[in-house]
Design a protein around this ligand. Structure first.
Ligand code: SAH
Length: 309
């Protein structure tokens, strides 16, 4: 191969040499003049090779160019490896923080599913960071799910007329209010208020008048052991004919039939019940009558624990 522009080769060569000097300047060298002598010698050789064009010289120039390319490549690889090494301890630290965050989330989650809502409220009141930690973990779980049931519920609620009042119990980030709040009146409640759309309350005692809601939503929020209190409150605030939407992890239902039967004993008719994506159960209830049984048998849900990653 002929070198079309030998001057370019020389420039690159000299630049690389200067770069090498710059790079090695930080090190303490025994004979600093040697690099300058070598550089001058190489430069002289290059000039000589180019001034006497022959096939042989072109081959040598080509060879020099290849070696130079290789040298630059190796240098880049070395730099890249150094960068990776530097980032290693950071990765480990991040990994550790991630592990701690996720185990804290799992701990809080376990607590919420195994205590009643008064204790859950105290748990979050005692430690202000716990609620944020729980929700950070919850959000990262949601990202792994093929569907988020709150989106399915929102899709259903879009069909409601504008005057409908929606009450979202255990609303988390209040996605329903964020999405439908312009059209409908949406009251969003959670144990802690982490944004202006959310009112803090334990859903066993909702600050809303009797028979004032058209729809009550429990999206993955039936966590406390005093489940009957939540359903009773939903019944109280709902207008007759009003709707309840319950989304829960399917594996929480020990006996779905008995669970639905228990809801019927609490004044509801099961309007619809279906499995979403083999993982979440979506139940739609209609308030049709009075509560016959305050704590019906069968109204139980298993806790939902997240596996360690
Ligand atoms: N419904 C939201 C958030 C689900 S996470 C969504 O689908 O995106 C479950 C939420 O229920 C948590 O924010 C938790 O704090 C809330 N929660 C659990 N028990 C509650 C109670 N007794 N009163 C109010 N909120 C409760």
């Amino acid at each position: 191969m002929l070198i079309k522009n030998p001057d370019k080769v020389e420039i690159i060569f000299v630049m690389a040499e200067e770069n090498e000097v710059l790079l090695s300047e930080t090190k303490k060298r025994k004979r600093p003049w040697r690099a300058a002598v070598r550089k001058a010698a190489k430069k002289a050789k290059l000039v000589e090779l180019k001034s006497t064009p022959s096939n042989e010289n072109e081959e040598i120039l080509k060879d020099i160019k290849e070696k130079f390319k290789l040298k630059i490549k190796k240098r880049k690889e070395k730099k890249r490896a150094l960068k990776v090494d530097k980032s290693k301890p950071k990765d480990k630290k991040e990994e550790l923080v991630d592990k701690l965050t996720s185990s804290r989330f799992r701990y809080l989650n376990e607590q919420l599913y195994t205590m009643d809502s008064a204790d859950a409220k105290n748990l979050f009141a005692e430690d202000e960071t716990a609620f944020q930690a729980y929700h950070k973990g919850y959000r990262s779980q949601v990202e792994k799910w093929p569907i988020n049931p709150v989106n399915v519920i929102i899709k259903h609620l879009r069909k409601l007329p504008a005057e409908s009042v929606i009450v979202d119990l255990g609303c988390g980030d209040a996605k329903i209010a964020k999405t439908l709040g312009k059209k409908n009146t949406v009251h969003s409640f959670d144990l802690v208020s982490n944004n202006p759309l959310v009112k803090a309350c334990d859903m066993s005692n909702i600050p809303i008048e009797d028979q004032s809601a058209d729809v009550v939503v429990f999206c993955l929020s039936l966590m406390g052991t005093n489940l009957a209190d939540f359903i009773r409150e939903a019944h109280r605030i709902l207008k007759t004919g009003g709707i309840v939407k319950i989304a829960e992890v399917w594996s929480r239902f020990k006996n779905l039939k008995k669970f639905l039967r228990a809801l019927e004993q609490m004044g509801f008719k099961v309007a619809n019940e279906k499995l979403l994506n083999d993982y979440f159960e979506l139940i739609t209830l209609k308030k049709i009558g009075k509560i016959e049984k305050k704590r019906p048998l069968g109204l139980t849900l298993e806790p939902c624990f997240y596996k360690k990653r």
